[in-house]
Ligand binder design. Sequence first.
Ligand code: PLP
Length: 398
Amino acid sequence: MYTMGNEEVEAVRRVAERKQTFRYGSPAAGHGNEVVLFEQEWADHIQVPHVLATTSGTASLICALAALGIGPGDEVIVPGYTYIATALAVTNVGAVPVIVDIDESCTMDPDALETAIGSRTRAVIPVHMQGMPCDLERILAIAKSHRLLVVEDSCQAVGGSYRGRHLGTWGDAGAFSFNHYKILSAVESGAFVTSNQAYYERAFIQHDGGCNLWPEVVGMTTDIFGGGNFRSNEFAAAILREQLKRLPGILEQLRAGKRAFVSELQLPESIRIAPMHDPDGDCGVQTLLTAASSGVCRRAIEALKASGVPAVTPADSGRHIYKNWQPVMNRRGAHHPAMDPFRMAENRECRSHYSPDMLPQTLDILERSIMIMHSVDWNDAERTRLVDAASAALAATA
Ligand SMILES: *Cc1c(COP(=O)(O)O)cnc(C)c1O
């Protein structure tokens, strides 16, 4: 969450005063339709025909995979650097995640994707990590030539774009998260997006297994199946509508700060700016640097921190590294053995041989990557102070 203020407080008040918090309801009976309005506003903003508000990014990924008909017998390729939810969405629908390397951009390595495709592979989930677009051109071309479905995990790249088109709208479906840590935030929230009407209806059913029992849900042409409950609510949507108004300003501030930071930053020979697939579409939440060795990276992080620069190496943020995805590494994909994709007969031919050291390229890159986190609250003086401190710290590490 970057910014939250009185507008969000007023939005919560407005819902509370209506005493209408459920996603469905009749405006004639005083219902505010905040969820529906948020869906329309997000659709307009990212230019996609269908948006489904959900409870989380994870829920959105599960809805996406269910919408695409992914299940037992299918492999889905995910990168080794992402939040565990990307992989767990796959096991949640009964399929098997195949985990592949990232490259120095800290996003899925298209070569690794291509190499990993097998006879069981049905889909790929490229993840736009830390606001940075993946190599969508190559990933989409590979997916097309192998007839793979594409779900873009845009949970960390809300508002980002690739070649002028919004992230999340390039693949067959996209998933966004609006949890506390994301660019926009409202309680626990997310959104599923697609341009395909049938996928939208299937996602809708997955997100509310009882949807056909509500008079507000009309015009569905897809046969109902047993879904779950990932419904959004009026509080979350009302907050998100206010958050969305802030998004252009948040991104402008982050991007301007990053542009200035990168142009002013002095780097020693052993550290460089990491490659990026579309700097204009990047959200600007951080600047990614690549060090020549893990030793240089460690020293750099220490020196940066000592100088008060908010720097991390993704190797330390354990949540996002495949080797720490315990349920996946231990092949415990569900609460019940008969529902566990790693034990299902249908998945016998799917590859699930995981080990902590199976992606040395990913581990090496993460141990050489430095992220300097940016803030929407930077003014010129603060940025100049940080960039000078960072340049000095990095010069001393080389
Ligand atoms: C946050 C995140 C998710 C999950 O989102 P939730 O809203 O926490 O369920 C999925 N993928 C990535 C890359 C994320 O960062």
